[in-house]
Design a protein around this ligand. Structure first.
Ligand SMILES: [Mg+2]
Length: 315
């Protein structure tokens, strides 16, 4: 796993920096026709910002796409976001605020992947968690053993943390950073929820988890295990949560190096939509190539309706 180096930081503050992509696959994957891709898919793993909405505006046809998924007996969808600054409940409220009135699909964040990873790999670990209050409550509710600062030398919590887990902590303070770096220097493991360097907001970019990784790594010399898209732990967590094998998962999103790489580099599929960050021009120079490209999720609706009609005819 890679940590963004200082040279990856943006030349200008207004420009997004990108994490290093995963290495390209050894053999190029031939394009899969869209009808076949849809036939092979049981679960669409759908990105949100740039795919379903842009900031506070739903993208045209996004609700029709959700309706078509939910009307289909053969395929379903869930939402996945790398943003671990908040919980699924926040995104559910946002979808309602933007006008989605149907049943809410499951919503999974890279924080959920971290919980799933901790439960599987480090169930006894005392975790020094860098997270917002709502995400901290989510980890507590999941039974994760959270380390907290000892009140004094006789405090039983004086044991050191076993690992530092960094999320997109928008309540980060210098004291928290210093404590985390000290724990890592003293031998605690270092895990981060996702590699995104900048997060787009209505007012421009703000530093995301990847930028905080760079700071901690510069101080400690330690590179973290990174979860979230595009890493295999995300695919494993979605398989475990949904029961759908990776060969029947299609990641839909607007970023080649996270959404699409997560699918195509980990035994699942990747469908790029051009409604957010990536453009057709980006495809030419990209080591990550999607299985299919569409202008937006609205363009999947006729294909889903056709697949549903075909399935009915076969019954
Ligand atoms: Mg996106």
């Amino acid at each position: 796993m890679t940590v963004p180096s200082p040279s990856d930081l943006p030349a200008r503050p207004s420009e997004p920096a990108r994490p290093e992509p995963n290495p390209p696959r050894q053999t190029p994957r031939p394009g899969v026709p869209l009808a076949q891709l849809i036939k092979e898919t049981r679960l669409f793993v759908v990105d949100m910002d740039g795919t379903i909405y842009l900031g506070e505006n739903p993208l045209p046809g996004a609700w029709a796409f959700l309706q078509a998924c939910q009307a289909s007996a053969e395929r379903d969808c869930l939402f996945f976001t790398n943003n671990s600054s908040t919980t699924a409940a926040h995104y559910a409220q946002k979808l309602r605020r933007l006008g989605w009135q149907g049943p809410l699909p499951p919503i999974v964040t890279s924080g959920d992947v971290a919980i799933s990873w901790l439960q599987r790999e480090q169930p006894q670990a005392r975790v020094c968690l860098l997270a917002t209050p709502s995400v901290t409550r989510q980890f507590e509710a999941a039974g994760i053993r959270l380390w907290s600062e000892p009140a004094g030398p006789d405090d039983s919590r004086a044991e050191r943390p076993d690992l530092v887990l960094l999320t997109f902590d928008q309540s980060l303070t210098y004291a928290k950073l210093a404590r985390a770096c000290q724990a890592i220097r003293e031998g605690a493991g270092f895990v981060a929820t996702h590699p995104d360097i900048n997060c787009p907001t209505e007012n421009g970019f703000i530093p995301d988890c990847g930028a905080i990784i760079s700071l901690i790594s510069a101080s400690t010399g330690v590179k973290p295990v990174i979860l979230g898209k595009p890493y295999p732990e995300t695919v494993a967590a979605i398989e475990a949560l949904s029961g759908v094998p990776r060969s029947q998962l299609t990641f839909i999103g607007d970023r080649l190096y996270t959404d699409i790489a997560c699918g195509v580099n980990n035994g699942a599929h990747g469908l790029l939509v051009l409604s957010g960050e990536a453009s057709r021009a980006d495809l030419a120079g990209s080591p990550v190539q999607p299985d299919a490209v569409l202008p937006s999720v609205a363009d999947l609706v006729p294909w889903l309706s056709q697949a549903a009609a075909g399935a009915q005819l076969q019954r």
